[in-house]
Write a protein of this length. Sequence first.
Length: 279
Amino acid sequence: MSASEFEAFKEAQQAIWSAGDYHEVSRPIQPVADLLVERSGATHGQELLDVATGTGNVAVSAAAVGASVTALDLTPALLERARQRALQEDLEITFVEGDAESLPFPDQSFDRVTSCFGVMFAPRQKLAASELVRVSKPGGEVLLSAWTPQGLNGRMFRAIASYMPPPAPGIDPPVMWGDEGHVRSLFAGTGAELSFERHTVSFEHDSPEGWLEHNERLLGPTLMAKAVLEPQGRWEALRAELVNLYTDANQAGDGSFRIESEYLLSLARLPLERSKQAL
């Protein structure tokens, strides 16, 4: 895949995440951001970088406990919403428009580097992982959350992908960041000590059908899939598949909708001594 093709892919990602209302979509995952901050031990005097910050879930949570926070995202519309949140909550956060595959920071700049369902969407996963390590200080930590392939959101993304044009060679599915073995391969050679936790996020609505309608209006990947597939007469087939997926996973017994979607929390503790090869 050429450099221009990767750039086109990233432009498409910007369009996807600019569509809908990611701030509204991300409300239920705020507890995941809070857990990342808790596990990071972020505190006063620590420099924390949140990569692919979206509308600032981790950045806001980390700044609220006193960390010195820099928040980066590729999508200007999401950064602007994150800035508004910081202003509303009277928090000082540095916002940077930038690419997870080419972080605009010197080596060994941050005590903690986080990403909450964000860096998983970078196309070159090994490159993105190497950048997270590069900007981390010796003895620092990288903390990430990603949907697991077997979890509900992982299956949702897989269902959508099966109707869309296949990704170019060299682009792994984002939910591979939710597989422990794959994450180990991404950090191989860095000297990082890896640990993992599995958790779930709760999503609720009035019905499985209502949850899909919610995603059709607000969730970028679903909204964009509909825009592509509806003119081809293929949207209704995917829509029915997604409704069946949500119906089968529904844990509510009162006619409403409640599901638990699994994610993987990965923590990479970097060695105190860092070789240039590990950067």
